[in-house]
Design a protein around this ligand. Sequence first.
Ligand SMILES: NC(=O)c1ccc[n+]([C@@H]2O[C@H](COP(=O)([O-])OP(=O)(O)OC[C@H]3O[C@@H](n4cnc5c(N)ncnc54)[C@H](OP(=O)(O)O)[C@@H]3O)[C@@H](O)[C@H]2O)c1
Length: 338
Amino acid sequence: MSAVLRAPVLVMGAGAIGCYLGGCLQAAGVPVVFVGRPRVLAALRTHGLTLTDLDGARRRIEPADLVLHETVPITLAPALVLLAVKSGATAEAAAQLTDSLPAGTPVVSMQNGLSNTGTARATAPSLRWLAGMVPFNIAELAPGHYHRGTTGELAAEDDPALRELQSAFVRAGLPLHLHADLRAVQWGKLLLNLNNPVNALSGLPLRDQLMQRGYRQCLAALQVEALGVLRGAGIAPAQVGALPPHRIPPLLRLPTPLFKLIAARMLRIDPKARSSMADDLAQQRTTEIDALCGEVVRLAASQRLSAPINARMVELVKAWPARPVAMDARTMKAALRV
Ligand SMILES: NC(=O)c1ccc[n+]([C@@H]2O[C@H](COP(=O)([O-])OP(=O)(O)OC[C@H]3O[C@@H](n4cnc5c(N)ncnc54)[C@H](OP(=O)(O)O)[C@@H]3O)[C@@H](O)[C@H]2O)c1
């Protein structure tokens, strides 16, 4: 084991992404320290960590082998921190990290959206903030059991700390691509994440929702509008997944039998997978809608453009607690005016 791997990887926010990524790394021999909420830590202490995926892999870490903390330990000098809290919790987590960790500690945000590293850097400028991107879906199937329901490879901003750990990520079954600038990749991912609010409001598992043309038309409209805004801003989003971004909306709009035939790779999704925004809505937690459709609306405003469909989706999700009823595709199309 190289010197760098004796310093642990710290997971800040042991939830779906934190437990899955941290657990895969630990199963591959990397020392990992998890910081999380009492509810999650209690489940891990009772059940240990079980990691499964749609390819049939299963990994187990026993409770006694997990290093679990409710707060960031002050004695630690981690080789890397994986920030895996929801966007709304970024500033608070960044403040806790900077209070406890040595200056210069690299922290890679494994979160969705584009603003998290900026938010974190403003709160904790002494740490080295790096953008990351997780392409796949992770769901908590049972206490301590996290399941990867889709495919894809990690990406992050290039940094010596990540280069040192790159082979460990590969051993962990998490190939990690490093980029000089991650913004194009983040926008490519954000375009796909525009399905999160569609999925959350539909109340359906991802696969069932994507099998309904009306929901796909809503997603296509959100994407087309975002692509127009990106073009206006001179940003070329990267391909994240099977197709280049501009080829996805025409595919989504196809009649369902054709879509099913052509989009076989896109539909390689576990029948149970749902967007994490669905869980947020179900538990009446703050969602990441401002980091997704809200990001499109902000970019549009900065270019003196408008993004009314994404703006309406922000409103729909924010109105949810007052009207928590699953929205059928026809109602969603009418509400978005698409
Ligand atoms: N799940 C996915 O499939 C997926 C895929 C790609 C990217 N992502 C992105 O990854 C990020 C994390 O998503 P997730 O689904 O893993 O969320 P999650 O399951 O809610 O996990 C985050 C956990 O961190 C905890 N937390 C928040 N602040 C904390 C703090 N200061 N100290 C300790 N624990 C703290 C949260 O507790 P509370 O709930 O009490 O705040 C929660 O248990 C999001 O940006 C999401 O968009 C998710």
